[in-house]
Design a binder for this molecule. Structure first.
Ligand code: NCD
Length: 312
């Protein structure tokens, strides 16, 4: 099957077409199967160099990109930002241009400000992949969520997906809103009024502050961490136990969803706050571990589509 993906970078879901998304997911599904077999590793990206440039802490996403690149035979360099010249006052662009001058092929960027990967992309020869920029987008997370849902439901089109929690500050929710609506799902956002959801006005999603209403009849329910590092002073007044009381996903609150609804969480999860430990660990409902597994497959697909035969 030919995979047609004409983009030079993966900066967000917003600029991808439905066909682009389906192309990535189809290749990722193949890698997911390969990863479960005895021959995980290939030399598809032999000789290519992928640099992980993470200006924000990350365990799963950075490791996932590293494993994905290594499974394809690429060399991977993790830039230790604590010791980097950014600390000596070098600008972000200088750092990026210095790395690019080493003829690297892929640059995976995470930053706490919106728009940094998009800012970098026109300045470099390397292919830029957004690994999460501020509150804006986290495209590979939405792709791995979609792949996980498809493995359980067989499709995205026509499904109802509820996304619950701190959606206002979530790049995961925003990328999912773009992706799921492009693929024909009905998307509901659920958040307490204190967070607000005004930034979802024109994304074609429904918004509510009521958990039971929001997840009613849902095929998949995703819950999110409160992202304290990204929220303003007013919202800091939120009381965690009140929040948990009204919005925690557990076996009881999940009853409003379809009986076969699956539960997703991008991690890191705050057990007992947005999700109960029992639900997070229930293999009959929770697909959280599978999301992590699919993350490697999706990142392999993205690296393959961008870097293979690109000549750098
Ligand atoms: C998310 C992120 O960093 O945006 N985590 C992740 O990549 N798996 C969600 C979060 O930080 O809460």
């Amino acid at each position: 099957m030919p995979y047609n993906f004409s983009h030079r970078h993966l900066l967000d879901i917003e600029r991808l077409s439905r066909a682009d998304i389906e192309c990535i997911l189809a290749l990722a599904a193949r890698y997911a199967e390969q990863n479960r077999g005895p021959h995980k590793k290939s030399d598809r990206l032999h000789g290519k160099t992928v640099v992980n440039l993470f200006f924000e802490n990350s365990t799963r996403t950075r490791t996932s990109f590293e494993i994905a690149a290594k499974r394809l035979g690429a060399d991977v360099v993790n830039v230790p930002l604590e010791q980097s010249s950014v600390k000596k006052g070098e600008t972000l662009l200088d750092t990026v241009l210095t790395l690019d001058a080493m003829l690297i092929d892929g640059l995976v960027v995470r930053h706490n400000e919106d728009g940094i990967p998009q800012f970098i992309a026109p300045h470099v020869r390397a292919h830029v992949i957004n690994a999460g920029d501020g509150k804006h987008e986290h495209p590979t997370q939405a792709l791995l969520d979609a792949l996980t849902i498809m493995r359980h439901k067989g499709r995205i089109d026509g499904l109802t997906v509820a996304i619950c929690g701190d959606v206002a500050h979530s790049r995961v929710a925003r990328s999912n809103a773009h992706l799921l609506t492009k693929l024909g799902a009905r998307v509901r956002m659920i958040a307490p009024p204190v967070f607000g959801m005004s930034n979802y006005g024109n994304l074609g999603v429904e918004c509510t502050d009521n958990l039971a209403q929001g997840i009613a009849g849902a095929d998949a329910v995703m819950t999110l961490r409160i992202q304290y590092e990204r929220i303003g002073d007013d919202e800091h007044s939120i009381d965690t136990s009140d929040y948990a009381h009204a919005y925690r996903l557990d076996h009881n609150s999940l009853r409003a969803a379809r009986p076969d609804a699956i539960v997703l969480h991008p991690g890191p999860a705050n057990r007992g706050v947005e999700i109960s430990s029992e639900l997070a660990d229930d293999p009959a409902r929770s697909v959280i571990r599978e999301q992590v597994e699919m993350g490697v497959a999706v990142r392999m697909a993205v690296l393959d589509l961008l870097l293979h035969e690109s000549g750098g």
